[in-house]
Design a protein around this ligand. Structure first.
Ligand SMILES: [Zn+2]
Ligand SMILES: [Zn+2]
Length: 158
């Protein structure tokens, strides 16, 4: 697997802020292809890095488009995931460069939804007949046997 790096020169940071805008292929995110969710666009990111007395502050954003199945009705869904982050790196190591690729990957992955749904209002599939309740309705809910009500027993006493 290709190893992505986003390197910043500390010597250059001592002179000026570094502003970077770039995009990487989807495999930058190192996601397993689990068949549930796939990344369907390059990862784009932009940040400004600034050197402070105690470390490097990086402010930026990152965006990617993902696709998957709605967790309720299984319809295909595309969703744009984006995040804005502020990173503070105080362990700069002994080299003259720092690599923030892992940090940016982590920030973007944290913004991924725990489950994808096509719409907040999605009604999902009927658990009895499997029909997509967004498009059609079924009678399963009507014909499901109701729990016996305590009034039934009282009725029989009449
Ligand atoms: Zn849905
Ligand atoms: Zn049904």
């Amino acid at each position: 697997m290709k190893k992505y790096q986003i390197k910043l020169s500390l010597a250059r940071l001592e002179k000026e802020n570094i502003i970077t805008e770039d995009s990487f292929d989807a495999d930058f995110l190192e996601l397993e292809n689990d068949g549930i969710l796939s990344v369907i666009s390059p990862v784009t990111f932009k940040f400004e890095a600034q050197l402070h007395a105690s470390g490097v502050v990086i402010r930026g954003n990152a965006t990617v488009t993902i696709s998957g199945e709605c967790g309720r009705c299984l319809a295909p869904v595309e969703e744009t995931v984006s995040t804005e982050y502020t990173l503070f790196l105080d362990e700069l190591g002994s080299g003259d460069e720092i690599d923030i690729a892992d940090d940016i990957r982590e920030e973007l992955l944290l913004a991924f939804p725990a489950n994808i749904i096509c719409d907040e209002e999605c009604k999902g599939l009927c658990p009895h007949c499997g029909i997509n309740l967004n498009r059609k309705s079924c009678k399963c809910a009507d014909s499901a046997p109701d729990a016996p009500s305590p009034w039934d027993a009282l009725d029989q006493l009449k």
